[in-house]
Design a protein around this ligand. Sequence first.
Ligand code: GLC
Length: 417
Amino acid sequence: MKKILGLLLTMTILATLLVAPAYAQEQTVINMFYGTDPTGALTQIIKAFEEAYPQYKINWVEAPASQDTSHDMLVTSLAAGESVYDVFSCNVIWPAEFSQAGYCLAIDRFLEADDIDLDAYSQGYVNAYTFQGKMWGMPWYGNVGQLYYRTDIIDTPPATWDEMIEMAKAHVGEGGTSVGYLMQAAQYEGLVCNALEFIGSFGGTVVDGDGNITINNDGVRNALNMMKKIVDAGIVPENFNAFMENECQNMFGNGDAVFMRTWPGYYATAVNPESSKVAENVGVTVLPAGDNGSAATLGGWGWMINRNSEHPEAAWDFIKFVTGPEGQKINALVASQPPTYMALYDDEEVLAANPHFANMKESLAAAMARPVSPIYTALSEIMQINISAVLLGNMTVEDAVVTMEQQMNEKLSEYNR
Ligand code: GLC
């Protein structure tokens, strides 16, 4: 009996050794760099990908929450020619910089080989990932700034920034709230996204189509004055300059705020009673208007392949899946992020889960792109520093506008030298 048992055991071990590791040996590990996944959407996409492509295994290296820190971590690694990340998510503002610096692979040959129809994607995003005639990344989700508000406190959301200030002052304290308005005002890229919305709503510009710096204009002055007015109205948290997306969203979800500016991807978390105390009372609408209407900044993320990846084909297979209809549908349903694969805006299930996608196609098309430039990061940093100084009361709007113009022109001429 013992012998038979022993033999059976040996056979089982042998069988496992022969069959099970066969995959393991062939599996290619794809090292992927991406931030946190609060709704679990990307985790689900990866599961579906690994089922569809059993030859691959994703190794997820978690990126920091701030897009600026992620950017710097990536750039340090890519500039050193490392191949530690095969594939990484890429902010819509990075393609010019990353392609010029030689950090990423052009994906045109993959698109052609797999016959990917780019017309099925949002043209704004296809353009955003195109630089000097080549495509450097594949669009994943789109983003536009939106106004979130508490439907148990506010019946009709404010049409203008001034109205928003008045309503915030009048209603703060109701429904357990302690602040009127939340914006991303820490000194980082999110502040630039918020500021550009004010700038757009007052008809201001930063850079023109030819790349000239145009920031010294009255639209920008009026926009910065309005931002300062909001801070001085006492409707923002005292430490407002420490607020990025997560801080705002946590506070809103905790029931502390009447209004908040953030991205569509917060919706799924906001209406989920497990993650939000105001799940029943979330309204989403367009941002308030200045004297030039309402404006939203175009955000969004795509995927790129590291130029030094040892597995570019595998990285592409992942990108194709995550940005394809199946990956984007999971992302829209679970993470409430706006697809860039446009047919999903006709998908009943996607629309039912995302009331805040009403007019999303139009909003994406109308949204303001940030300046397309290989030195965008430097231009943004100039805005971050000077606008922060204005909001903290350390600089006048006039000085900030003149300083930004001068510093941006210096950066441009340094780059062109
Ligand atoms: C969002 C946007 C991105 C933007 C960032 C700022 O992630 O999609 O484009 O740069 O927020 O924090």
